[in-house]
Design a protein around this ligand. Sequence first.
Ligand code: PXP
Length: 236
Amino acid sequence: MAELGVNIDHVATVRQARQTYEPDPVWAATLAELGGADSITIHLREDRRHIQDRDLRILKDTVTVKLNLEMACDESIVKLACEAIPEQVTLVPERREEVTTEGGLNVVGHPPAVKSAIESLQGEGIIVSLFLDPDEAQIRAAHELGAEGVEIHTGPYALAKAENQQKELKRLMSAGALTRQLGMTLHAGHGLTYRNVQPVARIEEMCELNIGHSIVARALMVGMQQAVREMKDLIV
Ligand code: PXP
């Protein structure tokens, strides 16, 4: 059964729109837990457009389920992660001008920044997952780099229509099978919604789904606890 990681970045985005104290992502994390979240995910971006350093520190103390920190392989962010020690880090690519993470990390050829980030984080006992496109060469490279997990990028699946979506689902399934075969845990995320999540949740040995936009959007209408509960009900 896949676990649900609730990404609360958008709550911080609303707070930062007014540079004020509300809504606090810490409140959202508590409500998400009460709704059944198995983990809380935050992305500490280099430009600090939503989650702030203080959020990471407080959430590390207050979240009682797993805290998953998404971050780029940037030296100063790796340092912060090694101080806060979340249970899991998901390494993602990052470009300042992007609206959200746009593609998987390129780990083929073992880029030194990725290798060094993995070594530093694992040295602190942090589980490292890599956000990758559903591509065989990337997944094999993740294994060679010693990553414990792979989060496969579901964005193209989420955007595809009709038979193309089936094609994208097959790519996710093959990538998932290879990830498991190499002994890494299988995660997935990006663009997942109440409508498209079920086929991904049913991929064999899917361990964790990270979902943000769709849950926070529904939470605006029905409240965070209910929005999380409804998503949990779909993935069990
Ligand atoms: N996984 C990763 C690596 C991401 O960067 C994001 C977006 O922050 C998500 C999952 C969640 O995507 P969405 O907000 O589309 O559910």
